[in-house]
Design a protein around this ligand. Structure first.
Ligand SMILES: Cc1cc2nc3c(=O)[nH]c(=O)nc-3n(C[C@H](O)[C@H](O)[C@H](O)COP(=O)(O)O)c2cc1C
Length: 326
């Protein structure tokens, strides 16, 4: 078993977290099975009605009594904080605040209820701000990742954040799918990994079959970093690009963002209609890590495989590489 300050703090067996992915990309089945397998499953509550989040929490708790987390994208959903905290997750997971938001008071509201705060950053200066505001865990997310991302590669941002916020536990995110990834993250000084794309290609992920197949089929070179999705939704996402699959829809609109802003409503309607007949046409949020995903698996098996592989690498492959100099 791999024990780190993160697993000790949260009280879980494996330093493996499934990302809280908003807009219906996580469900009770996925989150429940990740936590039941000894990882930490996180519900993405953003852009879902409160009743829907309540149903997801209830389903996850039918599957497991172990810790679960709930994620909020702070820039868009601070008004949902009390609602989310009243569900009493073990972890409040947060990301992407605006500069004018007071992280200290947001985190304090979780701490008052005995809830740990895990905050994701893509720049080291944001990690320092979150640490000063009282975050219990920092997630350092690199540009390889799926969904909204910053500009710095995982190998760099993880080291920067570990150095800046020690001894606060740090999770590495962006580009991880397996035990080799976990072992590498631990070598970088992280205390675990957080994965989005890998958990979308699981039996329990509540996304279309075409979405899961796109991840399995990907070589990792079919993603693009763009703001098209935000131009379309009209959401002003502070500091973020987004990594999505280079679908036909994305190809059609790359470089035409002003026109997309003008025709937002019509394009939404067109996109929804097109996705009815071709679910692979539109917005498919995946990271470069898709290039390492070869099969759709049960979520619990993903957690267990990552832990077992990492243990094996740490026990068998790495120690013989070190010898006394002769
Ligand atoms: C479809 C999708 C939705 C996401 N939604 C959120 C979100 O609501 N909140 C959040 O903090 N991170 C979100 N993320 C980012 C993940 O937290 C994580 O940083 C990223 O998936 C890690 O890279 P990986 O995809 O290579 O594992 C999302 C990622 C994806 C792929």
């Amino acid at each position: 078993m791999i024990r780190t300050p993160f697993t000790e703090l949260i009280g879980i067996e494996h330093p493996v977290v499934s990302a809280g992915m908003g807009g219906g990309h996580t469900g009770g089945e996925l989150v429940g099975h990740v936590s039941e397998a000894g990882g930490l499953g996180v519900i993405g509550a953003s852009f879902l009605p409160p009743e829907e989040v309540g149903r997801i929490v209830a389903r996850a708790r039918e599957i497991t009594t172990k810790p679960i987390g709930i994620n909020l994208l702070l820039h868009a959903t601070e008004d949902r904080l009390d609602d989310v905290l009243s569900a009493k997750p073990a972890v409040l997971s947060t990301a992407w605040p605006r500069d004018d938001q007071d992280l200290g008071s947001i985190f304090a509201r979780a701490h008052e209820r005995g809830i740990n705060v895990m905050h994701m950053v893509s720049r080291v200066q944001d990690a320092v701000i979150a640490a000063e505001a009282g975050a219990n865990v920092i997630v350092a997310q690199g540009n390889e990742g799926g969904g909204h991302i910053g500009e710095i590669a995982t190998s760099v941002i993880v080291r920067q954040v570990v150095r800046a916020v020690a001894p606060i536990p740090v999770l590495a995110a962006g580009g991880f799918v397996d035990g080799a990834g976990l072992a590498a993250a631990l070598a970088l000084g992280a205390d675990g990994i957080l994965l989005g794309t890998r958990f979308l290609a699981t039996d329990e992920a509540p996304v279309e079959a075409a979405y899961k197949q796109a991840i399995v089929a990907s070589n990792g070179d079919d993603t693009v970093v763009t703001t098209i999705a935000d131009t379309l939704s009209g959401r002003d996402w502070p500091g973020a690009w987004a990594r999505v699959r280079r679908t036909r829809f994305i190809e059609e609109w790359l470089g035409r963002e002003p026109e997309l802003r003008r025709r937002r409503d019509a394009v939404w309607a067109m996109l929804e209609a097109a996705e009815e007949s071709d679910p692979g046409y539109g917005l498919i949020w995946i990271g470069q890590s898709a290039g390492l995903v070869d099969a759709i698996l049960p979520a619990g098996e993903v957690v267990r495989q990552i832990a077992t592989e990492a243990e094996d690498i740490l026990r068998t492959r790495l120690p013989p590489l070190v010898s006394e100099s002769t």
